[in-house]
Ligand binder design. Structure first.
Ligand code: SF4
Ligand code: SF4
Length: 441
């Protein structure tokens, strides 16, 4: 299969060997689960339970808050302890349903039962995926049923199943491909059937040869699948970059993959879709990588949505002594955590703990116009100019330089010799521009 090389990108230290070699371990039930009402990109979900209610595992506890939203389900059976604001991994405190597990882990009736999927039409598959609360598990958390509903006239002819996992340290997708390759393939088939696509490319970076072999074995004898070994370069797994690398198609600025006839779904999303449709198991847990030299026993954990970061870390032996930074996600695109009381969400792929001496500090020094960031930016932006505008609160100028196209990959910050906090500037500028009134014409 021909492959294309996108512009820019970097080769950071991947540090994946810390956690990739060991099988995923299921975590025992924690004493409390914090299930946020905002688990997806789009509208938050609306709670349908209150303090004192008892719930079963898999029972819906919050309904979708609109079309671009997804329902949320109880990760175990137990009692609702509170519906209140709790520390949130992505910023200010967020409304959450707090569950005290009863230890029985008892499914709601009708859940966790095998049902036939042969003969399901596109509408039925989409409905079951929506009811299962499935969102993009690669980090974007866009509700999957929305991605499967392109507007009239948009024809999609290629499904890319994203197993690139280019973010350093993270190996949750790697382990999933090794441990459940057939579930990914079945899920990909369901996603393809939901949009009438017959061509599926499973894209995996070459630094995971065992995962590539496992996926190739799983697709053997099935028509329409290609497992592509992709070059190892960050951010190979970013949606627009992966589409170009696989198909040579360029998503226009401000456009969507569907504009070039492509749908991208993460390997975890495919497996979750399979579980929802085949077994009526909603999305209530996932594999999370807990890794870095700041944790005693790095590894992958199968944990319930709502598990607090403190519990995940304790399960992996606790901090290793001089832990200086805990990041939700990977070091390139993740968010540093001020509180370990925050809990994992559907989109939490990893928790990276760095020692104090590794946790690089940004200096905010002046730009020396070296141009390295321009060469590294996979979106062909001018990060230097944008960061200077943002620093001076000239957000409209940053917008003129297309800050809204920034995918926050962090390549520019990684190569910047002045250690400028580039992504911080871009997030601020983007937030300000979203708030700004739209100009007429
Ligand atoms: S963070 Fe934004 S500006 Fe920087 S390299 Fe990535 S896309 Fe370009
Ligand atoms: S890499 Fe840093 S110092 Fe060099 S041009 Fe970009 S912002 Fe300026």
């Amino acid at each position: 299969m021909k492959k294309w090389r996108f512009f820019g990108g970097i080769h950071p230290a991947y540090s994946k060997e810390m956690s990739s070699g060991e099988a995923t371990v299921e975590m025992p039930m924690p004493g409390e689960l914090t299930v946020y009402l905002s688990q997806n990109l789009g509208a938050p979900s609306k709670p349908i339970v209150k303090k004192g209610d008892t719930v079963k595992k898999g029972q819906m506890i919050a309904e979708a808050g609109g079309f671009v939203s997804a329902p949320v389900h109880a990760p175990t059976s137990g009692t609702i302890k509170a519906v209140e604001k709790r520390p949130f991994p992505l910023g200010d405190d967020m409304d959450a349903v707090v569950i005290e597990p009863d230890g029985l882990d008892e499914w709601e009736e009708g859940r966790n039962v095998e049902r036939p999927i042969e003969g399901l039409d596109a509408a039925a598959i989409k409905k079951l995926i929506h009811e299962g609360g499935i969102v993009g598990l690669g980090g974007a958390t866009f509700p999957t049923h929305v991605k499967l509903s392109p507007p009239e006239g948009k024809k999609i002819d290629l499904l890319i199943i994203n197993g690139a996992e280019c973010e350093p340290y993270l190996t949750a997708d790697h382990r999933l491909m090794l441990e459940r390759p057939r579930d990914i393939v079945e899920g990909a088939w369901l996603l393809a059937a939901a949009i009438g696509v017959e061509r599926i490319v499973v894209a995996v970076e070459k630094n995971k040869p065992d995962a590539i072999a496992a996926m190739r074995e799983a697709v053997k004898g099935r028509d329409g699948y290609v497992v592509a070994d992709m070059d190892v370069i960050y951010p190979q797994g970013a949606e627009k970059q992966l589409i170009y690398a696989v198909s040579g198609r360029k998503v226009p600025a401000g456009g969507l993959p569907m504009d070039v006839g492509v749908l991208v779904q993460n390997v975890g999303t495919a497996a979750a879709a399979f579980e929802a449709v085949r077994f009526n198991r909603p999305l209530i847990g996932r594999i999370v990588t807990v890794t870095g030299s700041g944790v005693a026993r790095p590894g992958n954990v199968l944990a319930r949505v709502g598990t607090k970061f403190a519990d995940l870390i304790e399960f992996r032996g606790g901090c290793s002594g001089d832990t200086g930074k805990v990041i939700n996600g990977g070091p390139m695109m993740g968010v540093a955590q001020p509180s370990l009381e925050a809990a994992m969400m559907k989109g939490t792929s990893g928790l990276v703990l760095l020692r104090r001496d590794e946790a690089g500090q940004y200096s905010g020094g002046p730009c020396i116009r070296c141009g390295r960031c321009v060469e590294a930016c996979p979106m062909r932006l001018n990060p230097s100019a944008i960061s200077i505008f943002a620093e001076r609160l000239r957000f409209e100028d940053a917008s003129e330089f297309n800050v809204m196209d920034c995918i926050e990959c962090g390549c520019c910050a990684y190569v910047c010799p002045s250690r400028r906090p580039m992504v911080h500037h871009f997030r601020r500028a983007k937030a300000e521009m979203r708030k700004a009134p739209k100009k007429a014409g």
